[in-house]
Design a binder for this molecule. Structure first.
Ligand SMILES: NC(=O)c1ccc[n+]([C@@H]2O[C@H](COP(=O)([O-])OP(=O)(O)OC[C@H]3O[C@@H](n4cnc5c(N)ncnc54)[C@H](OP(=O)(O)O)[C@@H]3O)[C@@H](O)[C@H]2O)c1
Length: 343
């Protein structure tokens, strides 16, 4: 299949994907029959260009690296906003990587709907539209005979959605649990190495894992959002934020860490969703003491790890990196490969 890619937004993730596509052009063609060109880019800040025959994407990346703008690169069309690009370009796939608004899902949701209605595939790392309207958007994609690939919207560096959809297909999954917030896992790891909570938090901030206001991470809000998305995508539910029990790591003291160590246990902030016999889901984000024999207990630092409890295989655990330029770019590549495989 030949992708004619149109990019909505051309920041970190978009460039990560382009780097991989350029470096792996031959491999992708040989193994998956995946051919591609970029026919349009529309970015608020960096400008917009389009060329139905293919943009010189190496030049775009080089220009941006040198501090230039996208529209410094030669192209027959300049200045299209995203809706115009969707309507007027010859792109057959929208790579939607604009900014996230989890409250409204906009403007990404409008772009995605327009593209699907236009018969374009969509791949996106934007969690806003998924939180707001995943069911509606998936139905719209199906009605139009195209795909809406969202691997990167949660745990972007760890491909959990594809693992469930393809590799674990045929299993009944009864529970998903694990560390879905790298910052808190890093802090707990450092506390186990002997740092106090405050010192460990400062170190996490110094390394850029934690924000200046760490509430979202340490009080479990970020993990809660991920548990909601995972539950709704994996179990097909409509869980809301208020349905999830939440407790962060701020009450865990150095003494708690030490006494757990003495018992051969380790504290982790665990996000979990368990399917109950009546078909409902019980979900929570809570610190839990795990025995060292639990694979989740052995995962240090800012790493994602999720265990899926399945009926055929028992527990299956995936461990992987958090977000990042190439990692999140790769999550888009998986979805492009899926389009080749399953279209
Ligand atoms: N970076 C990661 O590791 C990661 C991981 C998982 C998910 N994501 C998600 O992936 C998406 C892209 O992330 P990123 O890190 O690439 O962001 P980024 O570097 O900030 O790039 C986004 C680009 O899109 C532009 N933009 C925003 N709204 C737009 C619109 N309506 N039309 C056209 N251009 C628009 C931005 O311009 P302005 O700066 O002017 O707004 C910016 O140049 C986000 O939704 C993010 O939450 C990122």
């Amino acid at each position: 299949m030949e992708f004619r890619l149109g990019f909505a937004g051309f920041g970190v993730v978009a460039r990560g994907l382009c780097e991989i596509l350029i470096e792996k052009r031959e491999m992708l063609q040989e193994l998956y029959g995946l051919e591609w060109k970029v026919v349009a880019i529309s970015d608020f800040r960096l400008g917009s260009i389009a060329d139905g025959n293919g943009i010189d994407i190496e030049s775009v990346l080089e220009t941006l690296k040198n501090g230039g703008r996208i529209d410094n690169v030669d192209a027959p069309v300049k200045g299209w906003d995203v809706p115009t690009m969707i309507k007027n370009s010859n792109a057959n796939t929208l790579v939607e990587v604009t900014y996230t608004d989890v409250k409204t899902g906009e403007p990404a949701m409008t772009y995605i709907k327009a593209a699907l209605d236009n018969g374009m595939h969509v791949v996106s790392t934007n969690k806003g539209p998924v939180v707001k309207a995943i069911k509606e958007l998936r139905e719209l994609a199906e009605a139009n005979g195209v795909r809406y690939g969202v691997e990167g919207v949660v745990l972007s560096g760890t491909p959990v959605l594809n693992l469930v959809e393809y590799t674990l297909a045929g299993n009944r999954i009864s529970e998903v649990k694990g560390m879905v917030n790298g910052t808190t896992n890093y802090i707990l790891t450092k506390m186990e190495e002997g740092m106090g909570y405050k010192e460990a938090l400062e170190k996490a901030q110094e390394l850029g894992y934690a924000e200046a206001d760490p509430t979202g991470d340490v009080e479990g809000w970020d993990a809660l959002g991920k548990v909601v998305i995972l539950t709704n995508l994996i179990f097909g539910k409509s869980l809301r934020w208020e349905d999830v029990e939440r407790e962060g790591i701020t009450k865990i003291s150095a003494e708690d860490i030490k006494s757990a160590q003495e018992e051969g246990m380790r504290w982790k902030l665990i996000g979990s969703a368990k399917l109950l016999p009546d078909g409902t889901v019980k979900a929570s984000v809570k610190p839990k003491k795990l025995p060292l024999s639990d694979p989740l207990a052995g995962i240090p630092g800012a790493t994602n790890a999720l265990t899926f409890v399945t009926d055929e295989l028992g527990p299956v655990t995936i461990i992987g990196p958090g977000a990042g330029k190439r990692e999140t770019g790769y999550s888009l590549l998986i979805e492009l490969i899926n389009i080749c495989r399953f279209s």
